[in-house]
Each structure stands twice: as C-alpha cells, then as structure tokens.
Ligand binder design. Structure first.
Ligand code: KIV
Length: 262
C-alpha cells in the first residue's frame, strides 16, 4: 500500500510519481493495475462524469459517493479526495467535509484549492492528523472569477505563488498540485519544497504528473486541455493506454519537453 512516507522518499530519490484521476471502482482498479502511485478523486467529475460546465455544482455527497466507489477497488494507490466548492467556506465546514471524506469514504488525503486563504484550514486539518494536498496555479473552483488561464506568468504573481507554496508546506500540507503554471516556476517551487509537487500543465520538472482519466482515454467531450494527451489513440486497449501513461510519466517522456510552457 502506498504511504506518505513512500511518496516523500520517491521525491527524495527523484522517482517520478504517477497520478491519475478516477471516479468509480473499475477506473480505480485499472489505474492501480497500470501502476499509478496516486489516485485523485477530483471534482473534475462534475464535468467529465456529471456533464456540468465546471466543477462548481459538485457536492460533498457526490465526493463521498465517488470516493467510496474508488476505494472499494483501490488496494494499492494513495487516494486523494477533493474538497468541493464551498465546502471550505470556513473552518467548521472544511473539518466536516474532511471528516466525511476520511471516515465514510476512506480517502487517504484531502485536497484544497487556494493559497493564503486556506492556510489556517490546512494547519487545523494537519494538527488533527488529516493529510492535506494543496492546489495552486489555475484554480478550477475560482473559474467564475478568474477564468481558465496559466497562473504565475508575471514576476509578481510567480513570487506570490512561490510564497503561498511555502506557506502551505509550513502549515502542514503533505503534497501540492500545481496546475497550469510556467515550467520554470513549477521547477523552482518543486526544488524549494520538501513535499512532493504534482504538476498538470506545469512542465516535466515537478515530482510527478496528474491527468484527468477522460483526457488520457480520449473520452473528453469537446476540446481536451492542450497539456493533456490521449494515450488510447496509440494503444490497443484501455489497459495498455494506462500502462503507457504510467511508463511515460516515470521515464519523463510525458509531458514532452517541447510542449512545456515557459
Ligand atoms: O479535479 C481534478 O481532477 C483536479 C486535477 C485537474 C488536478 O483537481
């Protein structure tokens, strides 16, 4: 079984961490068979499973239900469950949400979007023994305010992101997802932090990569993000596509260096 200690050792040893989203039992089973180290039950399920425009309608009950399905057939990977939009509006709601995800769904870790705003929550969760993954850069739960765009392109926003990453680690975060930030900044943050940093659209020099399963299997309705890759288009089965994804992350063949921003 994957543990936080093993994930931290992988960072220290320079061994890449392969992470993939999964939303139900069979997806979790095949992701584990392919050798993923970490499964993220992302609130991206709002779009790829439920058909919404964004992640905002996803409820805590949805997250509990999908994480339960995943955990029934995940006997190996570290499982992160997203705290959905507005379940982190204050300390009490975030503690309740984490309690449900850890107790009712057996998630190993919860993920919270944001920097300075969530530092106190990360500290409180961590003090209670709840492993927390931060999420910086493009924040899908803030899409109505900020849209979907690369974060940290200017010197000032890059410095702020670096600062917030350190604040999260100091507050007790055990992992960090960096979404859509320039590769050079992602590298700097990865080197600065001692916790594993998992990138998505953040270049190849983070400690690991995460993709949305539906993008990896070419199931995404409409346009998949530019940084993603359909591994099924070059494979003869779902299983082979997932094996290839894991192998390419481990061997630093994904993301392709020439596709990385900044
Ligand atoms: O919800 C999700 O799937 C995520 C990933 C895109 C990192 O947060």
């Amino acid at each position: 079984m994957m543990t936080l200690t093993k994930l931290h050792k992988m960072k220290q040893a320079g061994e890449k961490i392969a992470c993939l989203t999964a939303y139900e039992a069979s997806q979790a089973y095949w992701a584990v068979e392919a050798g993923v180290d970490v499964i993220l039950v992302g609130d991206s399920l709002g779009m790829v499973v439920q058909g919404h425009q964004n992640t905002l309608p996803v409820t805590l009950n949805d997250m509990v239900y999908h994480t339960q399905m995943v955990q029934r057939k995940n006997h190996q990977a570290w499982c992160i469950a997203d705290i959905p939009f507005m379940s982190d509006m204050d300390l009490s709601t975030v503690l309740d949400a984490a309690a449900r995800l850890m107790k009712e769904s057996q998630a190993n870790m919860v993920k919270l979007e944001g920097g300075k705003r969530v530092v106190e929550m990360v500290q409180a969760l961590s003090d209670l023994g709840v492993p927390v993954c931060g999420h910086l850069g493009l924040l899908p739960q803030s899409v109505q305010k900020k849209g979907y765009q690369v974060a940290g392109k200017e010197a000032e926003s890059a410095a702020r992101l670096l600062d917030e990453a350190e604040m999260l680690e100091n507050a007790g975060a055990d992992m960090l997802v960096l979404e859509c930030v320039p590769a050079a900044l992602a590298k700097q943050i990865t080197q600065k932090l001692s916790i594993p940093v998992i990138g998505i659209g953040a270049g190849h020099e983070t400690d690991g990569q995460v993709l949305v399963l539906h993008d990896v299997l070419g199931l995404t309705i409409g346009k998949a993000p530019k940084f993603s890759k359909n591994f099924l288009s070059e494979a003869d089965s779902i299983q082979t596509a997932l094996l290839q994804y894991v192998a390419d992350v481990k061997n630093v063949r994904f993301p392709a260096i020439e596709h990385c921003v900044g």
